[in-house]
Design a protein around this ligand. Structure first.
Ligand SMILES: [Fe+2]
Ligand SMILES: [Fe+2]
Length: 487
């Protein structure tokens, strides 16, 4: 629906609004005022003043104010503006205003505070008039450039690349793959900037964590976890960071963490090894055993992750503080005997203990330069179990093992019939070593075709099982990408 109306938000109830809502309300008031009054009217001055005040409040601790529209939801800085009674009027009005003009985002820089009320009125008039243009955003950008309005940037539909944030609600088959690809791309971007000493906003990582949390919460099956077995060797640090975030989220889900805690946990997982971006590449990929000096160099990375978050992440200090502890702690070990050397006896935080488990599990089940073949998931869990109570929190490790089952989704099994099969679902019954699998038939070209899905717990009337497991392997051993057969 194309409308040229901006309803005046009601002034009453303003005191109940949150800062983000006050900002949106002040934008709507400005647009409305610009329609009615000339620059010399005192009403304009008052509206501009309120508009600037609401911006100043939101700019505290930020380098820019970012309003972003995605699938009908507004995100201010990195936070989603929740719909609630009392703000629907504002959100709906702003939404139709943006949609009518094809605007998907607005970035406002602090220099706006120094600009004249006339320029702000010109900005509002341009936004209002753009509805009559064929390409509203392009037209506005041109006007802003000509009038030297450089404190605002607009974004519009279709500018983000196709593999950017996937639709949150689409039930499509490839969604877990897209979520994974999106997370990987975003982690690389953050790491790229950090490694060249550039500051990065938390917004993208937070959106990425929110998307992952939604994906983890929406499915019964750990489809997103199965994506972690797709590995590009060069990208180990990045795939590892994404995998650790995903696995941590599944543990968090299993122990019933609320959504906002899961989002924080996801970000901690994504950033836990950030300190590695400043290590020499040769050290990370060294095929031989590390010397003592090299190990001590490597051991700095958890502290460096925390340092880099403090130094280069642009976010209010309070928000940043939520991501400092777990990256710092992830190699400390449950009994505090790990690194860095600390002079206190406080137990590791819950997030630190979760990430430590996800971290080691992913490292063991990955092929690395010094260990060509990845351990099968059940062997990795067996090794970790030996360190229960020393390296890992015993309760959380138990939760993790129970969650994955004896043969986690994505494990390749060899059956006593000689067939290969891929674990597709955890066991439905009490036989923990009898999950659901899909059989894999060789396609004659070195690959496999997905066969039927069978429940390894199915028995004949005599009580004999139809199939038994002979051995288990990591899918990489047969060049199998589980995601291809599972989603
Ligand atoms: Fe690490
Ligand atoms: Fe790690």
């Amino acid at each position: 629906m194309m409308t040229d109306d901006t309803d005046q938000p009601k002034a009453s109830g303003q005191s109940d609004l949150l800062p983000g809502e006050i900002f949106l309300s002040s934008v709507l008031s400005l647009l409305h005022t610009a329609r009615i009054y000339q620059a010399d009217n005192p009403q304009v001055d008052a509206t501009v003043k309120t508009f600037l005040e609401s911006i100043s409040r939101l700019l505290v601790g930020h380098e820019e104010l970012i309003l972003h529209l995605e699938n009908g939801r507004f995100y201010l800085q990195e936070e989603r503006l929740p719909r609630r009674k009392g703000n629907e009027f504002i959100l709906n009005n702003m939404l139709s205003y943006f949609m009518d003009r094809g605007i998907t985002g607005l970035k406002i820089f602090p220099s706006i505070i120094l600009t004249s009320p006339e320029k702000i009125l010109y900005f509002a008039n341009t936004l209002n008039a753009s509805i009559r243009q064929e390409l509203p955003v392009n037209w506005m950008e041109q006007r802003f450039t000509t009038s030297r309005i450089d404190w605002v940037e607009l974004s519009q539909e279709g500018r983000e690349s196709a593999d950017d944030q996937p639709e949150p609600t689409s039930p499509e088959k490839n969604r877990p793959r897209k979520v994974y690809a999106y997370a990987l791309k975003s982690v690389k971007e953050v790491a790229g900037k950090i490694s060249t000493n550039q500051r990065v906003g938390i917004r993208k990582a937070a959106r990425m964590a929110q998307t992952m949390v939604e994906e983890v919460l929406v499915h019964e099956q750990p489809l997103l976890m199965a994506m972690g077995t797709i590995r590009a060797f060069d990208d180990y640090t990045f795939t590892h960071s994404v995998n650790v975030a995903i696995m941590s989220l599944y543990i968090g889900k299993e122990i019933g963490l609320p959504k906002n805690h899961l989002e924080r946990l996801g970000i901690c997982g994504l950033f836990h090894d950030l300190g590695k971006v400043i290590l020499p590449r040769g050290l990370l990929n060294k095929p031989a055993r590390l010397s003592e000096d090299e190990f001590s160099e490597l051991s700095k990375h958890s502290l460096d992750s925390t340092r880099l978050i403090i130094k280069l992440l642009s976010s209010p200090a309070k928000r940043k503080a939520e991501f400092l502890l777990a990256p710092f702690e992830h190699h400390l070990k449950f009994d505090l005997s790990g690194y860095p050397d600390i002079g206190w006896n406080y137990p590791i935080s819950l997030f630190g203990r979760i990430i430590a488990i996800a971290d080691v599990y992913d490292a063991l089940t990955s092929a690395r330069v010094y260990r060509k073949e990845a351990l099968s998931p059940d062997r990795a869990l067996g090794m970790m179990l030996k360190e229960s109570g020393v390296v890992f929190d015993p309760v959380l490790l138990k939760v993790f093992i129970n969650m994955l089952g004896v043969y986690p989704v994505g494990t390749v099994l060899e059956l006593d019939t000689g067939e290969k099969a891929l674990v597709s679902k955890p066991p439905s019954g009490k036989n923990m070593d009898r999950p659901w699998v899909v059989t894999l038939t060789p396609d004659g070209r070195g690959g496999y075709i997905r066969g039927q899905e069978i429940n390894l717990a199915d028995q004949e009337s005599s009580g004999k099982f139809h199939y038994n497991v002979k051995s288990s392997s990591h899918p990489a051993r047969f060049n199998i990408q589980p995601a291809q057969f599972l989603s």
